[in-house]
Design a protein around this ligand. Structure first.
Ligand code: COA
Length: 323
């Protein structure tokens, strides 16, 4: 059977770092409040003129190097983003052009913070069906461009960045021990639009708009939905929470990460945490965290990874991956 195997992964962050102290000089907040409520200490912010596709191309180039593949080897590019360069064309087509990829398909996925998991589910199904051979899946965001920098309840939470993986269809024996994506699960419930949204858009306002969020409500839904979709992945594979070597979660808030790990009796040391340094980078956060834990040697061949995320819509999802 064909399984989707991740053969390269890398992240890219803009140079500029914005600390909690910097934010305290801009809005009525403090390092103590931000760290206690979110675990965030700093985030990276794109330079003027630096776009989502700039970050995406950097991450993709490094991921392709890690996988040992060139532009001719890629036949599908999916960019998960809620902050595209333009309303259209898809940022994925800009990335395709800049990487020199000349075949196959390229499109964006919009599932906000769940974008990478939605993208992985999409790519996995295309590869398993044999419709494409090798995909580049990128989560890339410049959320700094859609923040209301006078709203202390949201502007302290987010950052910019990109993460990319190369995923290829490989013949495997199947089963839970063979490398690759074991299972993916994605969900949406559009009734919660007003709890997390952007108050602009081409059709409604002809503006880009700013992010608006009811943080407390989102928090409650996040823990419930993430627990359900993690259980779904375990049930689908017959694996137990104990079998998980590393949780690579969407990085929205350290308290959500801790709460979810506690619910499954998981050792907090098994949870990859980057939210302290990156803030919430939306669709980029899972591949950035993955790249981080591969880079520092924590994730080793044969490890079982749980990827999970929840975002505006609401959307949410999970995946189990044998490394
Ligand atoms: N600095 C200082 N005070 C702040 C603040 C800030 N940056 N932001 C809000 N406050 C204040 C509020 O105004 C409120 O004051 P009040 O009690 O006088 O009205 C107080 O802090 C508590 O606010 P509240 O919103 O109840 O805090 P909270 O404990 O729910 O934490 C979040 C707020 C946003 C950190 C938290 O709700 C959260 O993380 N939610 C999930 C968000 C998320 O993950 N979103 C992305 C999903 S993809």
């Amino acid at each position: 059977m064909i399984r989707s195997v991740i053969t390269g992964c890398a992240g890219h962050l803009p140079d500029r770092v914005l600390t909690n102290a910097d934010l305290a000089a801009m809005v009525d907040t403090s390092d103590e409040w931000i760290v206690a409520r979110t675990g965030i200490r700093q985030r990276h912010i794109a330079a003027e003129g630096e776009t989502t596709s700039d970050l995406a191309v950097q991450a993709a180039t490094k991921a392709m190097e890690a996988a040992g593949v060139g532009a001719d080897d890629i036949d599908l590019i999916v960019v998960a983003t809620a902050t595209p360069d333009n309303t259209f064309p898809a940022t994925a087509t800009t990335v395709q052009s800049r990487l020199g990829v000349r075949k196959g398909a390229a499109f964006d996925i919009q599932a906000v913070c769940s974008g990478f998991i939605y993208g992985l589910a999409t790519v996995d199904n295309f590869l398993k069906a044999g419709q494409f051979d090798r995909a580049l899946l990128i989560g890339a965001e410049t959320f700094s461009r859609i923040l209301d920098w006078e709203d202390r309840t949201t502007c302290v939470l987010f950052g910019d960045g990109a993460g990319a993986v190369v995923v290829e269809g490989q013949e495997t024996a199947g089963g839970n021990d063979a490398p690759g994506v074991l299972t993916t699960h994605i969900h949406a419930d559009g009734r919660h639009h007003d709890l997390l949204y952007v108050d602009g858009g081409p059709s409604k306002t002809q503006t880009v708009g700013h992010l608006r969020m009811s943080g407390k409500e989102v928090f409650k839904h996040a823990v419930t939905n993430l627990s359900a979709v993690i259980n779904e992945a375990l049930d689908a594979t017959g694996l137990q929470a104990d079998d998980i070597d590393w949780v690579v979660p969407h990085q929205a808030n350290k308290r959500i990460l801790d709460g979810t790990a506690r619910k499954f009796g998981l050792d907090p040391d098994k949870v990859v945490v980057t939210v302290d340094r990156h803030g919430n980078t939306s669709a980029a956060s899972v591949p950035l965290a993955l790249a981080h834990a591969i880079g520092d040697g924590r994730i080793k061949k044969g490890d079982l990874l749980l990827l999970e995320a929840m975002g505006g819509g609401f959307t949410w999802g999970s995946s189990l991956v044998r490394w």
